[in-house]
Design a protein around this ligand. Structure first.
Ligand SMILES: [Zn+2]
Ligand SMILES: [Zn+2]
Length: 300
């Protein structure tokens, strides 16, 4: 069955800020409608260690600390809707790129009582190998994507190895097949996909990178994905070296602050500190899944 879900365009003037106390659990919608908050989960599925600072920052001091990278997929869930944000990479891709494979991102959804085969909405922040693999594991899903990301991943920029290296041909081809199967939902810049959930194009790291602004019981949380790999990227305004447009990446750091209720409401895409700042939803998921809709506990 074809899908004809037009993206709702947001009116200019974003971000929409709402006054609220941190204890309010509902958001006042435009017509006096209360918006149910989402729960947000991050599932850690892979790891990369032994990095040097030049792999994390464009301008780096070789003597400074170089953070490892963790790899995540995210789940946004409430009573009426569930969204999976990004789909991770496959075991084969992990071996090819020498990443430490911990668990299958699609299978891991079962830890949250979700079946990948039943998921109806997947938000792809961008099409890099670590965010857009495993698409065949979501046979019922429609995939939310920015116009500019598919244009970038299939256009002249891919003639350059430097820009192409973070993409996987198979994933890009699979995404094109999904477009032909009418299972893509395209967004152009800002879009509301559900009350309490908006997507925003950042660009920078990839031409069509988008971030998710999510209404939760602690306010507006921004799932930044690769708009900021690490806390240090956006907090110290130091661009990550896998980049399409440095100026857009820097502007993207500003956008994170604008859209989130505070610095602690911004969740970077690859920082292992996320696993230490946020709690597991239950003891048996310690070190595997954390909840992002509760306030982080930063070690000073
Ligand atoms: Zn990326
Ligand atoms: Zn990434």
């Amino acid at each position: 069955m074809p899908y004809h879900h037009a993206a709702n365009k947001l009116t200019p003037g974003l971000p929409m800020r709402h006054s609220m106390s941190s204890h309010r659990i509902t958001q006042e919608g435009g017509h006096g409608v209360q918006i149910e908050p989402f729960e947000i989960f991050a599932i850690r599925y892979a790891h990369l260690g032994n990095r040097h600072p030049g792999e994390n920052f464009i301008t780096s001091d070789p003597h400074e600390f170089a953070s490892d990278l963790d790899y995540f997929v995210w789940v946004l869930r409430r009573s009426d809707r569930t969204f999976v944000v990004d789909t991770g990479f496959t075991k084969e891709e992990a071996a090819k790129r020498r990443r430490e494979w911990i668990r299958c991102p699609a299978e891991s959804l079962r830890l949250l009582d979700l079946d990948a085969a039943a998921v109806t909405d997947v938000i792809l922040t961008h099409l890099h190998y670590d965010h857009a693999g495993n698409l065949d594991r979501f046979p019922r899903a429609r995939f939310h994507l920015q116009d500019r990301e598919i244009a970038y991943a299939t256009g002249r920029s891919m003639c350059h190895h430097e820009l192409r290296a973070a993409f996987t041909l198979e994933s890009t081809l699979e995404m094109v097949r999904l477009i032909y199967a009418e299972r893509a939902i395209f967004h152009d810049a800002d879009a509301e996909v559900a009350p309490g959930l908006t997507l925003h194009r950042v660009g920078g790291h990839s031409a069509g990178l988008q971030i998710a602004r999510v209404w939760t019981r602690r306010g507006w949380v921004v799932v930044a994905s690769d708009a900021s790999h690490l806390y240090a990227n956006f907090e110290r305004r130091r661009p990550f070296p896998v980049v399409y447009n440095v100026a857009e990446m820097l502007e993207g750091f500003d956008l994170l602050y604008k859209l989130a209720d505070s610095r602690d409401h911004i969740v970077p895409g690859h920082d292992p500190l996320v696993m230490t700042y946020y709690p597991a939803p239950k003891p048996e998921l310690e070190g595997i899944v954390v909840r992002l809709d509760v306030s982080p506990c930063r070690r000073k």
